[in-house]
Write a protein that binds this ligand. Structure first.
Ligand code: GSH
Length: 123
């Protein structure tokens, strides 16, 4: 199962969670302290102290929304209701400025995808 180090208030983490929702991927959310200086456990586990950080099952960790969203978009199939999740996000979260960024960052989806479905990789 994928592990995402994140905080609820972080807009970059929000972009990643939205993309995980669109792709139908289950994941473990790990909370981190609000202050960067207090993130010793995160530093020890990942070598980094900013969120978001994604730890895949089978490869090196990814840091930052752009790298994570690119990885997810290339690695996992786009489910039939991905666009609907996107539309619902726009409907329920007025503005949702992070969403636009997330869509831009996933624009490479389909290129180099390895053909595994979310369910086969995340369970
Ligand atoms: N370039 C990174 C930025 C990540 C970032 O700035 N995360 C903030 C939270 S929104 C953070 O962890 N800041 C810790 C700090 O600087 O104290 C990305 O796109 O994900």
């Amino acid at each position: 199962m994928l592990t995402l180090y994140q905080t609820e208030w972080c807009p970059y983490s929000h972009q990643v969670r939205q993309r995980l929702t669109e792709l139908g991927i289950d994941y473990i959310a790990r909370q981190v302290p609000a202050q960067r200086d207090d993130r010793a456990e995160l530093r020890q586990a990942t070598g980094a102290d900013r969120v978001p950080i994604l730890v895949p099952d089978d490869g090196p960790l990814l840091e930052g929304a752009e790298a994570i969203i690119r990885y997810l978009s290339e690695r996992f199939e786009e489910p039939a209701d991905a666009e609907l999740h996107c539309a619902k996000a726009q409907e329920h979260i007025p503005g949702f400025p992070e969403l636009k960024q997330a869509r831009l960052r996933s624009s490479r989806r389909g290129a180099g995808r390895r053909g595994a479905s979310a369910s086969s990789l995340s369970r």
